[in-house]
Ligand binder design. Sequence first.
Ligand code: PHE
Length: 337
Amino acid sequence: LEKEAIEKIEKSTDMKELQSIKVDYLGKKGSLTGVLRGMGKLSKEERPVIGELANRVREAIATAIDEKNENLEHVALEEKLKSEAIDVTLPGRPVQTGGPHLLTKIVEEIEDLFISMGFEVREGPEVETDYFNFEALNLPKDHPARDMQDTFYITNELLLRTHTSPVQARTMQAYEDSKSVKMICPGKVYRRDTDDATHSHQFTQIEGLYVDKDVKMSDLKGVLDTFAKRLFGEDREIRLRPSFFPFTEPSVEMDISCKVCHGEGCSVCKRTGWIEILGAGMVHPNVLSMAGYDPKVYSGFAFGMGPERIAMLKYGINDIRQFYTNDVRFLKQFHNA
Ligand code: PHE
């Protein structure tokens, strides 16, 4: 019995097997226990002899099981250590880093530029009232110029702003006491346009507004000239062309000079050598008075530009949708721009 048990113990390869051997021999119904139970039937002389023998065998089996158990535990631990080992000499995997979006960078660059000229950066709501988006800007309900901007209406009175100009009126109201405003406002705007290479139903604008006593058209020209030269280079010229916006009078469109080029890749710069980059003008007297400013005392200029367009010009990007489709191959090119 002893020999048979020891042999089995030796051969066993896992803890479960070992446990069942233990039950088979030493358990309540085990073979050795059976021997001990049968002792009652033995004679007085046989009992101590068999008893001693059975105890010795029990002892031997128990010891063998304990030893084997320890041994198996050790093997298991070794295996675990081996499988979990880390090769610290392997080269690491490079971490993919992100970076600010090109549009964010351009907006921040333009912000910094105007901050250096004393402008404050403000923000306004993207869901705007009809009053601020149109009416306060001299665009009454049935004004034909509302057609210039196709609009997403939410209710009769609420809409997604079509430009950042409502922030002009909002800021003038906020500065009612001092009546001295010098701010720019970047933000998203929305128009009911079909997306293509040059149109997007959502894009960005940066508004500018300077209102005080004695603000002149020449101040506008000086600020815009500084802006163009700092952003595109000292060799750039600007020119102002007459235009129309209901909220400015006179109104202008600003062109920036660019090298005349022909053929592929220079489609952004027209053959004339000038490219339009923003709308501007002197704040309309009606806009001033609606905001509570006396147009006989106060005057101001305003401008609005599209940073996407500016980035497209600066970096030769020919599709506005590139800004919104998040193709990493596109975005990555400007990480260090
Ligand atoms: N809001 C005008 C537009 O979206 C731009 C503009 C702003 C023109 C300020 C003049 C003054 O087209």
